[in-house]
Design a protein around this ligand. Structure first.
Ligand SMILES: [Fe+2]
Length: 376
């Protein structure tokens, strides 16, 4: 039986929700200090959403901007961001973008005044409690990064993709503006949405789940499953609000309950194959569900109840509905030993409801790379 509450509850102290809410984010930020830095992606620049925020910068406040160049968020990128950020001496950092931008900006705020280089923290050095306030404005739904203390970054030299975290990394303010999802390319909606669905499912099945996180995970899974296709088809309004809510709730849940084997596999595979994280997670989910089912029949029933149909069936329907490709099928499996080693060492794998052994990972990998069409 799960505990009711996690051992420690760490939530964003303030979450603002509503279409258009992001335009006034700098009005909220000035209470944190006069000077700030907005870290953003290219799409926020292209769509004009960044300019709309800057246009409403209150008198007396200053906001510098830093554009994430794209690609997998990495330690060298973070070093370069930190160099520029330290020159600006911001009182707060806004992350305005998808999961990569949020993870980079969160790490920037968290490590801005930290004495060591980022590689040391990535390798496990103790992170000091020295962050500047972080404000998260997600433009995808999503990784749920706005609701977690976790940053997932890749060491470009070793290709090691892993997370580091600190309680002080929690966003001081989260702005959930479903209007920011309007006009997102369908493949971004699909990939980010599948990540949210997988995170809802894995945090629910996790051995670290509690009554509180299970309630959030179930609601998140149902919200994402019933709204992803409509959003992918270009729908607006409620489907986007529900998708953004689902992604946020999954983020809160995983931050406390952790995840499972899908994410254990997705990080080493993502670092090597450069496939969008959500597509990778989606590709791994069917096989991991099958592997986990015997270990948690009762939870499968509750999850399937919330989804209205068996979770494995719902997963296949979703993959079909939003055109998720079988991303690993046909590729050569390279560095299998390295992938297996990193999967087994992952904190996500440690929270998987069924113990995972070397042979289990190899069997699942063989299936993923051999499958001509994983969702057939
Ligand atoms: Fe994820």
């Amino acid at each position: 039986v799960s505990a009711v509450l996690p051992a420690a509850l760490n939530l964003p102290p303030r979450t603002v929700f509503g279409a258009g809410a992001s335009a006034a984010v700098l009005n909220e930020c000035v209470s944190l200090g006069r000077r700030g830095l907005i870290v953003h992606g290219r799409s926020a620049q292209r769509s004009g959403a960044l300019q709309r925020i800057l246009d409403r910068c209150p008198a007396g406040a200053q906001a510098a901007t830093w554009c994430h160049p794209g690609g997998e968020p990495g330690l060298q990128q973070l070093e370069s961001l930190l160099r520029d950020a330290r020159a600006e001496r911001p009182d707060w950092v806004v992350g305005f973008g998808g999961g990569s931008v949020l993870d980079m900006s969160k790490a920037c705020a968290g490590l801005l005044r930290a004495p060591c280089g980022v590689v040391e923290y990535h390798n496990g050095a103790r992170i000091p409690d020295a962050s500047v306030p972080f404000v998260a404005v997600p433009t995808t739904a999503g990784t749920g990064s706005e609701a977690t203390t976790v940053c997932v970054l890749t060491n470009e030299s070793t290709r090691e993709k892993k997370s580091f975290r600190h309680p002080s990394f929690m966003a001081r303010l989260v702005v959930l503006d479903p209007g920011l999802l309007c006009g997102s390319p369908p493949e971004v909606i699909a990939s980010a949405g599948m990540d949210a669905f997988v995170q809802a499912v894995e945090s629910f099945l996790s051995s670290g789940s509690t009554w509180l996180t299970e309630a959030m995970s179930l609601k998140a899974a149902a919200l994402v499953a019933s709204n992803l296709e409509a959003a992918w088809r270009g729908g607006q309004g409620d489907c986007l609000s529900d998708l953004m809510t689902g992604s946020y709730l999954a983020g809160v849940a995983l931050s406390h309950a952790r995840l499972g084997l899908v994410h254990g596999l997705a990080h080493p595979l993502g670092a090597r194959y450069g496939i969008p994280h959500g597509y990778l997670c989606a590709a791994c989910l069917p096989a991991v569900l099958e592997f986990n089912r015997p270990a948690c029949c009762e939870k499968f029933e509750r999850l399937s109840g919330a989804l209205g149909v068996d979770v494995a069936v719902r997963t296949r329907q979703l993959l079909e509905a939003v055109g998720v490709p079988a991303v690993l099928a046909g590729w050569r499996l390279e560095d299998q030993d390295g992938i297996v080693r990193e999967t087994l060492a992952s904190g996500s794998t440690a929270a998987n409801p069924r113990d995972v052994e070397d042979g289990d990972v190899r069997r699942i990998l063989d299936g993923l790379f051999c499958a001509v069409h994983a969702r057939a």
